[in-house]
Design a protein around this ligand. Structure first.
Ligand SMILES: [Zn+2]
Length: 359
């Protein structure tokens, strides 16, 4: 027993030593609803682009985003991912070269997917998008309880599912989603609250543009150390069967992520001390082209996802081409680890993605 305690003690000592050397002091996590790995790694899809059932402005899409070479095509759609993140960060999930990221829950739906990401395993309590307050500990409440992080975690989301996934009544996390106003005195929030109230809600939830600017203004004024930003119109346009709107939204939201990244480099608290992680809740169909609009347990390949990451503690592996398998639930322990925290809970927690850390 004593030797076991000694080994545990040594392991903790080493963990603390590494934590002290780490540069990350802030985390920016982007949850991107229903974005396919296929577009991220191979650009726009020629079959979907030329199918009038899905694409009304095929010519416009072709001139803006098409190129016969995959590497050029994907960079036209996602210039930040393929110029900056491919150089300085890590991109997991290109199945065409054998690198795989999967959801480990069996549902391939939003509720189970974002739950797995934030709780850290395939939580059997969550099987769909039902509004059930989740009793499982999540990594954001874990971080929010640690010394130096109390009140330093902020969540901005399209869907009020996050009040349930993160159990707002129990955890007391700062969560602004759907119709929530940000009750602060600054004129920026007055304007955003008004836009939220008066703007259209074509999908019955808060528009992503409002969520994004709420998050950005909050970051400017309050400087939280951990921010989670969820955007969801990508999933809505795909369900609606509009490849035009899906692709256009991918492109503009990637530009928003890039803009936010560049912006935080101008703020001393964040500059060179922030790690960015981008992940989705589930993939979509792809092997059968017409299934690209959907996802769920009946569409097997909608379990296929991606993880993109960049930060000061990460080896610049770029596009990862090794024949390895990651899981969505590994995100939770990984981003706690970036802050030097070892995420433990009353439930299983999938292991840290070790390749994201310098040896
Ligand atoms: Zn969906």
């Amino acid at each position: 027993m004593r030797s076991i305690l000694l080994i545990v003690g040594l392991a903790l000592g080493v963990a603390t030593l590494h934590a002290q050397k780490r540069k990350t002091e802030n985390i920016l996590l982007v949850g991107w609803d229903g974005v396919r790995w296929e577009e991220v790694f191979t650009g726009v899809d020629s079959a979907l682009m030329t199918d009038p059932a899905f694409t009304k402005r095929s010519g416009g899409m072709r001139s803006q985003f098409w190129n016969d070479t995959v590497a050029v095509r994907r960079e036209k759609l996602f210039p930040f991912f393929w110029s900056v993140m491919a150089r300085d960060g890590q991109l997991y999930g290109n199945r065409t070269i054998g690198n795989k990221v999967d959801v480990s829950n069996p549902y391939n739906l939003t509720g189970p997917g974002f739950t797995e990401t934030l709780v850290g395993f395939a939580d059997p309590a969550i099987s769909g998008n039902n509004k059930v307050l989740n009793n499982s500990t999540n990594v954001l409440e874990f971080i929010n309880k640690q010394e130096g992080y109390k009140g330093q975690v902020a969540v901005f989301a399209m869907s009020n599912l996050f009040d349930y996934i993160l159990n707002k009544p129990r955890t007391g996390l700062m969560i602004s989603c759907d119709t929530d106003r940000v009750d602060r005195p600054e004129p920026e929030f007055r304007l955003l609250n008004e836009m939220q109230e008066l703007g259209p809600r074509p999908f019955g939830e808060r528009p992503d543009l409002v969520t994004y600017f709420q998050a950005k203004e909050y970051l400017t004024l309050v400087h939280p150390r951990v921010m989670y930003l969820e955007m969801g119109e990508t999933d809505d346009y795909a369900h609606a069967g509009s490849y035009d709107f899906y692709v256009s939204t991918l492109h503009s939201q990637e530009a928003m992520i890039a803009s936010l990244w560049n912006y935080i480099q101008s703020i001393p608290q964040y500059k060179d001390k922030t790690t960015l992680l981008i992940a989705c809740d589930h993939g979509r169909g792809g092997q059968i082209k017409s299934q690209w609009t959907g996802h769920g347990p009946q569409i097997k390949d909608s379990k296929d996802i991606f993880i993109l990451a960049m930060g000061p503690d990460m080896p610049a592996l770029g596009e990862v081409g090794t024949d390895t398998q990651l899981y969505q639930g590994q995100m939770a322990a990984t981003f706690a680890q970036f802050l030097g925290l070892h995420y433990v809970a009353e439930h299983p927690v999938l292991p840290v993605i070790t390749t994201m850390f310098k040896k």
